[in-house]
Every structure is written in C-alpha cells, then in structure tokens.
Design a protein around this ligand. Structure first.
Ligand code: PLP
Length: 431
C-alpha cells in the first residue's frame, strides 16, 4: 500500500515529527475536502471579514471526530460543563500552548469561552468598573473596542510602531494616570499579528512591557487570537511564558485556525486572577459538544492541521501584496504581515473616504475603514484588507478594483508625499 510505504519511509528516516503530521492528517483527514463547499459571501470581493480559508475546513475529519464523541461521551454531554469546561478540550489546548511556548501549561487554569470575544468581555468585566482607564493599541480590534465602550471604560490609545504598542507611550500614560490619582485596570495588547496592522511585538519589548506593568501594578491581557497563523520568521513568545505571575492573562481562539462557527476560545490565567475571572461567569459554561469534537480532532496536536491551513493563507497574503504593488504602489503604503489575516493600508490624505466607500460598494467590494479600528473612532486615512477567505481569483480581480476606486476618490493629482505606514499624528501620545 502506498500510504503504508510512505509511513515506513518516514519511520526509517526517524523523522518523527513529519510522521506525526502525516499520520494525524490522515487519521482525522486534515486535508481540504475535494469538493469545497465554500459559502460564498454575497459580496463579490469581500475584503472586510477576518476569516480563515473555508476551502481548508476539515469536513471529513470533523465528521469522524463528531461520530466518535457522540458514541463515547454521552454521559459527559448530558451534564453541565462547569465553569472551566470540557477537560479533554482544555488538555488539547494546554498541549497546543505548551507546544508553541515551550512551558508547562496547566489545563486547570484554562477556561473555555464562547469564542475569544467572550474572553475579552469577561476579563474586562472582572477587572473594571464603569469609568476605569484601560490601555490598548490606538488601532485595535473593533469587537474589543465595542465591548469596552459598552462597559463605559476610559480607553487610552497607545501609538504603535512595527514592534507593536510603544513602551514610551505606555509609560507616559501610566505615569499621567498615576499623577491624577488613578491606576489603569489593565493593558490589552494584541501583540502577535496585531489586528489590524499585522505587527508583532519582539521578545525584548514584551519583557520590558512586563516590567513596566509590574512597576505600576497593572495586569496585562494578551489577545493571541492569530497565534498559530504564522507564515515566516521567529515565533515570539506569549507573555505568560515570560512571566509566571498571576497578572498575565492570555486569550486565544479556535476561530482563526479552525472556524469561527465553533465559537471556541479560552482564557489562560493563574490563581488568584483565575478565580476573580470565574467569579464573573454566570452562563453555566461553554458548549461541551463543540469542545469535545475539537478535542478529538486535535487529539494528536494541531500541527498537522496548521500545516494544511497555513500555506494557502500565505499564498493569499503574497498575492494581495503583489497586486497592491502592481496597481497601487504610487498611491498607498501597506504592511506585509508575517502572520495573521490582515494587511493595513495607508491611503493618501486627499482621498474622500465617503466617496471611496460608495465607489467600492457599487463595484461589489468591501473592506473595513480605519475608523473601525481607531480607539476613538477617528476618521483616519487607512483601511484593512482581510485576505483569508477570498479565492485567489477574487484577490486577483479585487485589488485592482480597489486601487481604481482609491484613485477616483482622490481630490487631487499630487504625489502622495509619504513613504511610511505611520502618520505624524499617530506617533504622538494619545490622550
Ligand atoms: C484580536 C481579536 N480578538 C478576538 C476576536 C474574536 O474572535 P472569536 O470570538 O471568534 O474567537 C477577534 C476576531 O476577529 C480578533 O481579531
């Protein structure tokens, strides 16, 4: 048998890791289904939504896992999951984390949530009262902004550079708050493949951020939603792996590696912080069935599945950048992310942004405008392109359409006059 021979060859080469990858991807059929049941967006060129590639959704592998779980776990599923949630899922995710970070991760300090969005909300509810100040990147995930706004938090935007949140600005903000007799209740950082910019905070800066947060007695919430969507270069460590104190809170998700429809995310926090967070949970726990199926699917780790999902995303990242280069190099500057699902594009200042939105919509193209990510909702000359769930043909056609819309929405013919992703205003300390 061909497969048998392949396994033998891998075994004799003692390439254990490659063997595991292949075995897992066969066992749970991580490969993309032959007939792709891709749910097409009603928008022909939907660069708006941050989703992974539907063509790599592992239908067969999940069917097998679901059948096994129903057969085996009836007793478990007919009970309430409890505040931490399905033990098998927590073990699988602890193994995921330990594998990436190279530190021990206790499954009993891991809480299953309804997507990482519930984790964002729950941690903020546990740590704040209305009016409290929290620090976050000046451009951040709209879901987080919306949750924090509805909790009536005082958002302090921290300017970014390619290394993420700028620490001089963090220190200034914490000092200013302290001088006013206030303490920030936490620092929220999307430090890896940041949404929307794609930036990554290097290890050295993470260590400094931990020191700074400790000096001011402020917990850090690190949202690592895109953690395993990695294309190239070093994988920077999560902050909980650099600091084993209770003030490190870590959020992660299955939405970007598997599918958002499972609504599976988790919080990793050590006691006493863990108890503080759990005390705010009143929903009788997360979906045990979804958790059990995913635990079964990832029984032998996530590497086999990630090896299937990442290459098409990397190709789409490359194609989007290439088409921008071919059609918009004289117009815009953009980020080239080493992971995650987004490209952050700076527009010429003279683009009429309302007209751009109208033109794009009339030509079947969507994107998210910079204002959606700005911590104060300011109308800034940026947009975010999400490339994960589009087909390569859609990217090929869509980017030039966007470039034409930008050109037509300009109010002058002047040269753009910038070669950096950063505006002067964005370099200044936010108030
Ligand atoms: C930074 C960040 N956090 C959290 C989420 C929420 O993801 P989910 O609730 O699907 O896990 C997203 C989704 O795009 C995100 O970008």
């Amino acid at each position: 048998m061909r497969l048998g021979r392949t396994f033998e060859l891998l075994r004799t080469c003692a390439n254990k890791f490659a063997f595991e990858l292949l075995r897992n991807s066969v066992r749970y059929n991580c490969a993309a289904p032959k007939r792709t049941r891709q749910r097409m967006s009603s928008i022909p060129y939907d660069f708006g939504t941050g989703r992974s590639d539907p063509a790599t959704f592992p239908t067969e592998g999940l069917k097998t896992a679901a059948a096994q779980v129903i057969e085996r776990e009836g007793d478990h599923l007919s009970d309430y999951p409890g505040k931490l949630g399905h033990p098998g899922f927590r073990q699988a995710m602890a193994a995921r984390e330990a594998g990436r970070e190279g530190v021990a991760v206790d499954p009993d300090h891991l809480v299953i949530t309804n997507g990482s969005m519930q984790a964002v909300t729950l941690t903020a509810e546990a740590l704040t009262e209305p009016g409290d100040a929290v620090l976050l990147e000046a451009y951040s995930y709209p879901g987080t902004l919306s949750a924090y706004r509805s909790l009536k938090l005082d958002l302090v935007g921290i300017p970014l550079d390619e290394g993420g949140m700028r620490l001089d600005a963090v220190e200034d903000a914490l000092t200013r708050l302290q001088a006013a007799g206030r303490t920030a209740k936490f620092i929220y950082a999307i430090s890896t493949y940041q949404n929307p910019t794609g930036f990554v905070m290097p290890k050295q800066r993470r260590l400094q951020l931990i020191q700074l947060a400790r000096r001011f007695g402020v917990p850090v919430i690190e949202d690592n939603c895109y953690g395993d969507v990695h294309y190239e270069g070093p994988v920077e460590p999560a902050m909980y792996a650099l600091d084993d104190g209770a003030d490190q809170i870590y959020l992660c998700s299955l939405s970007k590696i598997l599918a958002p429809g499972f609504r599976l995310g988790y919080i990793y926090a050590r006691p006493p912080m863990l108890d503080r967070i759990l005390a705010r949970r009143h929903d009788a726990g997360g979906n045990s069935f979804a958790a059990a199926v995913v635990a079964e699917f990832y029984r032998n780790g996530i590497a086999g599945h990630a090896a299937v999902t990442t290459p098409p995303l990397r190709r789409k990242r490359d194609l989007t950048c290439q088409r921008l280069e071919e059609t918009a190099a004289d117009l815009c500057v953009w980020s080239k992310p080493v992971g995650g699902l987004f490209i952050w594009v700076r527009l010429p200042d003279d683009v009429d942004r309302a007209k751009l939105a109208e033109l794009a919509q009339s030509r079947g193209l969507s994107y998210l405008p910079g204002a959606a990510f700005h911590y104060q909702g300011a109308d800034v000359p940026y947009l975010r392109l999400a490339f994960g769930h589009l087909t390569e043909a859609q990217i090929n056609e869509g980017v030039p359409i966007l470039a034409r819309c930008i050109r037509e929405a300009r109010t002058s013919n002047e040269a753009i006059g910038f070669d950096s992703l950063f505006r002067l205003q964005d370099k200044e300390q936010s108030q």
